[in-house]
Every structure is written in structure tokens, then in C-alpha cells.
Design a protein around this ligand. Structure first.
Ligand code: ATP
Length: 363
């Protein structure tokens, strides 16, 4: 069993608490992304799983086995870091099969496993090239291959793509997913890039300031963020969040959003949730789940910027507390300074408690 269980895990560096408490189970064969901004404790968590750091409190179990006191070399984990660590005086092949040779595997097995991993990572044509002089992109691919060829039951990757260029990163996302599907390792992948986490992971553990904020599938964290931090962090752009208070209108309960106007009427469960929030609410909706409506409907805000991003355009409305973005097709016509009317589509509205930031699950 290669499930990983983190139980009440805490890490302190002197007086500083890098990880406040972490309870997380990563299933056997699961691809789990640890996602969050710089300094949130992702690498610290990963280093404890690997055995490079000792937890201040709590337990780490692989299957039913407590890892306390088990050194890194005995944990059966493969580890790839942000900065590739390969032997530049060796060829690509010698780097790839290094671990197998050191482990004394039979020659035929070394050859077939090395060939399989080289094919998968598109390194077959480079096997006899010296590593020295190869690009960072290729070297990171070799580093991944060198760990993967050992077929570790647990594969830990800490920001492995952050130093490679953007086009290559997109290719590698697909390849890493293939690699994991093929070998069914339990994979833990540290990243601050929500797109990487969303495209590759089975589930995402979103972290901030040493605290686990939410664990869920990419769609769960996208559709139902547990709090305003996750709502903003997931998505590009993140979720629109406007502060307001519930008001009774002739059609039902809506949210008074101050300068942005009055929201469309809420369905009854959300209306009840909004009324219960004493500090008011954040009215949230995703920029890609909105449409432009006629005057008198939705939120009325001035156009502040139109960002053309290729296939789509991002319409920026309002600013400061009333800033809202909408993602639309490229045929969007908008004039700076004119008032646009925007409304979330049917089921897209999410409410959060303005005091705690926690989701008000009224849908
Ligand atoms: P990054 O992507 O920037 O590495 P991260 O989420 O992986 O971010 P960690 O590296 O886990 O963050 O660091 C979490 C916090 O713990 C940071 O504030 C960091 O400065 C601190 N920290 C990490 N290692 C040590 C250490 N050995 N001694 C003191 N503080 C540390």
C-alpha cells in the first residue's frame, strides 16, 4: 500500500511555525497537488514526506507504516526538485539508468526499463549525448526520468517545471500525467501554479500560511471553493468577490453591493444563507460565468480595461472594491469609461461570510 497519511502534522523552525497543522490522506495511486503561494508550507510538507525534515508534531504513515525515524533512502520515494540534479559528466543514458545500475539490476532489465522511460519522455534520440550542454528543459526531463525509471511507489515532485520555458511546461504537464497513469504511482506534486494543479491532479490540497484550506478535485475547488482565499487563488482570473449586505426587494432577497448596484435576486437557500451572515457577505462569481445584460439588469460598472488574451477577451469593470472581470469572446465591443451591465449566469453565484471568508453553502 502506498497511500500517504499525514496526521496532525506540524512543523516549527525555532519560533516560526511553517505548518500549523495538516491532516491529509493521499490515496494509493492518486495524483495529489499541494498548491499555494510562496511560503505557504508546501515544500516543508513535501520534505517531511520525503524524510528530509522531521515533523515537530504529528505522524506520517505510508500505508499502515509509521515513517518516524525511517531515513529518506529507506522510504522508497522518488524525488524531483525544481533544480534538476543530474550528473553532467555522464550521458543521458548513464543518468537515466544510474539508479538501476547501482541497484545491481540485470543488464537486460536495465536496458528495457531505460528504453521505456526514454521513449515516454522523448529522450530516445539523446541517449548517447553527454548531459553537459543540453538545455534546461531537457535536463529537467532527464531528472524526472532518472527518478521515474526506479518506479518508486511514491513519487514526489517539487515545482519540477518552474525553471523550464512555457511551451515546454505545457508539453511536460501532459507527459507527467501519462507517466503517472502508466505506473500508477502515488504522486505528490508541489506547485504555486494553479493551472498545473488543475490540469494534472486527481485532487488538489490548497494551502495558505501553513494551513490547509481545502482538499478536492479540480472541479470541486473551482466550483465550490471553501473560502475566499481558494476562490481567488483558483482560476485565471480568480473569482470576482464583491462585498455587500442582503436587502429585501419586491422580487426577493438580493445583495446590495454599494457602488456596483443591487445583485440579481438570490434563490431561497442562498437568501437564507445571506441573511445568516452577520458581518455581511462576499458575492462571488467566476469571470467566465457571467454575461453582459441590458441596462437596468445586473451590476452597472464602468469599463476600465479590455485585455485581449488571444482566443478570449477579459473585460475589466470598476476598480478597488467594485472591481469585476468578465471573460468573453473576442467579438466583444467595449469602450473605456462607458457603463457595462454584467450578471452572473444562473447557478454561478457563490456567497462567502464577509467576516470569516468561509463559503455559505446555500446552493
Ligand atoms: P516556496 O514555493 O517559496 O518554497 P513553500 O510553500 O514551499 O514556498 P516552504 O518552503 O515550505 O514554502 O516554507 C514555508 C515557510 O517556512 C517559509 O516562510 C519559509 O521561509 C520557512 N522555512 C522553510 N524552511 C525553513 C528553515 N529551514 N528554517 C527557517 N524557516 C524555514
Amino acid at each position: 500500500m502506498s497511500a500517504i497519511r499525514l496526521e496532525h502534522l506540524v512543523k516549527q523552525f525555532g519560533a516560526f511555525t511553517a505548518l500549523k497543522t495538516m491532516d491529509l490522506t493521499i490515496e494509493d495511486g492518486e495524483f495529489m497537488a499541494l498548491l499555494g503561494p510562496s511560503g505557504c508550507g508546501k515544500s516543508t510538507t513535501m520534505n517531511m514526506i520525503a524524510g528530509m525534515e522531521r515533523p515537530s508534531e504529528g505522524r506520517i504513515l505510508f500505508g499502515d507504516r509509521d515513517m518516524a525515524g525511517v531515513p529518506m533512502g529507506r522510504r522508497g520515494v522518488g524525488f524531483v526538485f525544481q533544480n534538476y540534479a543530474i550528473f553532467t559528466h555522464m550521458t543521458v543514458r548513464q543518468n537515466l539508468d544510474y539508479g538501476l545500475r547501482m541497484g545491481g539490476r540485470p543488464k537486460a532489465e536495465i536496458a528495457s526499463r531505460t528504453k521505456a522511460i526514454a521513449d515516454l519522455l522523448q529522450l530516445s534520440d539523446l541517449l548517447d549525448r553527454p548531459a553537459q550542454g543540453l538545455s534546461v528543459n531537457i535536463l529537467q526531463r532527464v531528472a524526472i526520468g532518472r527518478s521515474a525509471v526506479m518506479e518508486p511507489a511514491i513519487f514526489l515532485l517539487d515545482e519540477p517545471l518552474s525553471n523550464v520555458d512555457a511551451a515546454f511546461r505545457a508539453v511536460m504537464r501532459t507527459e507527467l500525467k501519462h507517466l503517472q497513469r502508466q505506473f500508477r504511482q502515488t504522486m505528490v506534486y508541489v506547485t504555486h501554479d494553479q493551472l498545473e494543479a488543475m490540469t494534472m491532479a486527481d485532487r488538489i490540497a490548497v494551502m495558505d500560511h501553513g494551513v490547509l484550506q481545502q482538499v478536492g478535485t479540480p472541479l470541486q475547488v473551482y466550483n465550490d471553493p471553501a473560502n475566499t482565499f481558494v476562490a481567488r487563488f483558483i482560476g485565471a482570473p480568480g473569482m470576482n468577490l464583491l462585498k455587500g449586505r442582503p436587502v429585501e426587494t419586491p422580487q426577493g432577497v438580493a445583495i446590495d453591493l454599494g457602488a456596483a448596484g443591487i445583485s440579481p435576486v438570490l434563490p431561497p437557500p442562498q437568501a437564507a444563507a445571506a441573511r445568516s451572515a452577520k458581518a455581511g457577505v462576499y458575492y462571488g462569481f467566476r469571470p467566465e460565468q457571467a454575461h453582459l445584460v441590458s441596462a437596468g439588469q445586473g451590476l452597472a460598472l464602468p469599463v476600465t480595461f479590455v485585455e485581449r488574451i488571444g482566443a478570449r477577451s477579459i473585460l475589466h469593470l470598476g476598480n478597488g472594491d467594485t472591481a469585476v472581470k468578465g471573460v468573453f469572446e473576442n467579438d466583444l465591443r467595449a469602450t473605456l469609461g462607458e457603463t457595462a451591465h454584467i450578471a452572473p449566469i444562473g447557478e454561478a453565484v457563490r456567497l462567502f461570510d464577509a467576516g470569516s471568508g468561509a463559503a455559505l453553502r446555500g446552493h
